[in-house]
Design a protein around this ligand. Sequence first.
Ligand code: PEP
Ligand code: MN
Length: 270
Amino acid sequence: MTERAYFEKPSVAKVGNVEIGSGKVVVISGPCSVEGRDLMMESARLVKDAGAQILRGGAYKPRTSPYTFQGFGVEGLAQLKDAGEAFNLPVVSEIMDAAHLPAFVDHKIDMLQIGARNMQNFTMLKSIAAAGIPILLKRALSGTVDEWLYSAEYCSAFGSPQVILCERGIRTYEPATRNTLDLTVLPLLREWTHLPIIVDPAHAVGVARYIRPLAAASIAAGADGLIVEAHPRPEIARSDKDQALMPNELADIVGDARVQAAVTGRSFHP
Ligand code: PEP
Ligand code: MN
């Protein structure tokens, strides 16, 4: 049941040792794709140094063109987990096929990301829900709030104890930005559902230098946390390089999140 009416309090998800939705704002960051062992270690270090709490990295990538980098698959999961363990950061990675679930379980991936393109892949949602791993459910490019919440309902009805919603921008008539970040729904979601809410301003605006104000606005509007992409050398990133933050930019975003958490009567995850 995702409906707020059935719950006294908002629910809290536990990802490794990090709680999401507990009143302590969190930041998830790392490269769009896992690109190799050394780069993954460097990325984990920069995420840790910037003060973020959860490490991201895609091993299976949903790419618009079949000719671009598709991810390293299982090897990517191993590199991500090793980097997370080295810096004591829980890890999240996107799953695109239920057949890959055993690899995510074997590598102890702490949270499964359902990408925007798979929000309504109901067969996959049903199959992965039972694994009991927290699910970060991204909003589809054209997903309405109702459709998004029904997808969350699929996850919880089929066994997932913890679902976290992720607003990542929707496709509108505006081509100047990659997508339109829909913060409008945040206060409404607070009334409609007890689920924690993360905002991804990076896949919405698509350009690194525009992310900072949107990240601060997301926390100001009540989000429980952020997910943004960072890379030690954005110019060589193999996917989403235009939106990859440099280490100092990520640190600034974490600093702002800390301030906005305080302004809204919350704190920042230690
Ligand atoms: C990603 O997180 O790299 C990604 C592909 O996200 P989305 O599904 O929101 O496009
Ligand atoms: Mn990406």
